[in-house]
Design a binder for this molecule. Structure first.
Ligand SMILES: C[S@@+](CC[C@H](N)C(=O)[O-])C[C@H]1O[C@@H](n2cnc3c(N)ncnc32)[C@H](O)[C@@H]1O
Length: 271
């Protein structure tokens, strides 16, 4: 089991409503790119592993026959179901479950995705193996993971705020043994049995009207901030929240686009 608190469902459950309301402008373009890369057809049945509030599932629903979404955070899937119903999508089904042990038969899907989900699995090998197992021969998988924080001005701004409030928090250094390293990413996919593996870099930019607005959105939608908040008493959190908000108000120039970059790994199940 990994010591990463984001490998547990609880922080994601807690943040589900805020994530759905606030994080989509950052997250959705990566899912849109993943769908382009997969090249779905109208009769495709796809699986979205670690679907969250349906960032990819909701985009995929109009361009495929069936979408099966799975996540271990039930509250995320409740949000997904509500949004799908409001949008009139009738071809999305959701399952609460672990992406490392998919409750689906072999060869069930034409395409499989895990957008910023498999990267958190304590056992990534199992995550990739399960994704491959449930694809039909010739099926395609697209998996995404963040590039190192140092390459993403948006994430640097967020960690800058956290470090201003608590000097014990440091900007994460690149982890070359993780999916932050495109060579490791490709090797893990190939070792799992995927063929024709390529890793693509994709960048999205987001802007806010003010540092305060940026803070409000982050405080509502960020799982790392939720984890931090839960580790502190209310008074300490309130003091640190004020410092983080002030940091963003001072350091973020209104309406300046901040970039964040991810790697998208694409591979096929051998026919
Ligand atoms: C950063 S969110 C990504 C959500 C969505 N795919 C997106 O691109 O916006 C990470 C998601 O992974 C889910 N997750 C993490 N580990 C998981 C696991 N082992 N099994 C299922 N879901 C998991 C979390 O509950 C959360 O919804």
């Amino acid at each position: 089991m990994s010591g990463n608190p984001l490998a547990a469902a609880e922080p994601w459950d807690l943040v589900a409503d805020g994530y759905a309301a606030e994080a989509l402008a950052i997250m959705e373009p990566f899912s849109a790119r993943a769908l382009e890369l997969a090249g779905l057809s109208a009769d495709s049945h796809i699986v979205d592993v670690a679907a969250g509030p349906g960032t990819l599932s909701l985009l995929a629903a109009p361009q495929s026959a069936r979408v099966t979404a799975i996540d271990f955070a039930g509250h995320m899937l409740e949000v997904l179901n509500r949004t799908a119903a409001a949008a009139g999508h009738t071809n999305i089904e959701t399952h609460v479950g672990d992406g490392q042990a998919l409750p689906f038969p072999d060869g069930e899907f034409d395409a499989g995705f895990s957008m910023f989900g498999l990267m958190f699995f304590p056992d990534r090998t199992k995550g990739f193996a399960e994704l491959l197992r449930v694809l039909r021969p010739g099926g395609v998988a697209v998996v995404s993971a963040w590039a190192p924080v140092v390459e993403s001005p948006l994430m640097r701004m967020m960690f800058g705020a956290m470090a201003a409030a608590d000097p014990a928090i440091e900007e994460p250094q690149p982890n070359y043994l993780s999916l932050e390293n495109p060579e490791v990413f490709a090797t893990e996919m190939r070792t799992a049995g995927f063929a024709g593996v390529t890793i693509q870099r994709h960048t999205n930019e987001v802007a806010w009207d003010s540092g305060e607005q940026m803070w409000d959105q982050m405080a509502r939608s960020s799982a790392p901030l939720t984890v931090l908040r839960r580790s502190l008493d209310e008074r300490t959190w309130s003091e640190r929240a004020t410092i983080m908000r002030d940091y963003l108000t001072t350091n973020y120039s209104p309406r300046t686009p901040l970039a964040t970059t991810a790697f998208l790994g694409i591979g096929h199940k051998p026919a």
